[in-house]
Write a protein that binds this ligand. Structure first.
Ligand code: CUA
Length: 159
C-alpha cells in the first residue's frame, strides 16, 4: 500500500491501520444491516392524540392476561399520571406494554429493568419484558412533561 507515494514509515503504518479499520467497520455495518436484517423500527403503530381517550383500545387502559404468564398492558401516559397506575403480575410474567400519550412527550421507565420507553403523542410504543424477580417496582416518567412531571409515577407489583 502507498508504494508510489513517499511517506514516512509511521504515517504509512497509521494510514494502513486507518484504512483497514474503515473496511472492518463497513463490513460489520453490512453484515448487521443486510445479513441480520437489523433496521430502525418500521411500520410503527400510530394513533391520533385527540382520539386516545375516546377510541379503543386506549379509552379502556388495562392489564389483561393473554396467555400463561403473559400479560398485555394497554396504557396511557398523560399529564401527570399513568392509566392504569397500578399493575400486578406473578413473578416470571412477561408483560407486553403498549402505551401512547394524548398530550405531550412522556416516558415509562422501570428502574432495575430494561423497560425504558419514550412515549410520543401520535405513536404507539411497544415493549416486552419478563419480570423474573418479585418486588415492588416503580414506573417513572423520565421525559420532562410539565409542572407535575416529578409526581408522574405508577406502581408495578411482581408477586
Ligand atoms: Cu410525564 Cu414527565
Amino acid at each position: 500500500m502507498f508504494k508510489n507515494i513517499h511517506l514516512p514509515r509511521y504515517e504509512r503504518i497509521w494510514l494502513t491501520i486507518g484504512a483497514i479499520s474503515l473496511v472492518v467497520f463497513l463490513v460489520i455495518l453490512g453484515v448487521l444491516a443486510v445479513g441480520l436484517g437489523l433496521q430502525p423500527p418500521g411500520q410503527m403503530k400510530t394513533v391520533p392524540p385527540e382520539q386516545v381517550r375516546t377510541n379503543a383500545p386506549f379509552n379502556k387502559p388495562n392489564l389483561v392476561q393473554v396467555g400463561p404468564n403473559e400479560y398485555k398492558a394497554t396504557m396511557v401516559a398523560q399529564m401527570f399520571s399513568y392509566l392504569p397506575d397500578q399493575l400486578e403480575v406473578p413473578a416470571g410474567s412477561t408483560i407486553h406494554f403498549e402505551i401512547t400519550s394524548p398530550d405531550v412527550v412522556h416516558g415509562l421507565y422501570v428502574p432495575n429493568t430494561n423497560v425504558n420507553i419514550m412515549v410520543v403523542p401520535g405513536h404507539v410504543a411497544e415493549f416486552t419484558y419478563t419480570f423474573k424477580h418479585p418486588g415492588d417496582y416503580l414506573m417513572l416518567c423520565h421525559e420532562y412533561c410539565g409542572s407535575g412531571h416529578q409526581m408522574m409515577m405508577g406502581k408495578l407489583k411482581v408477586v
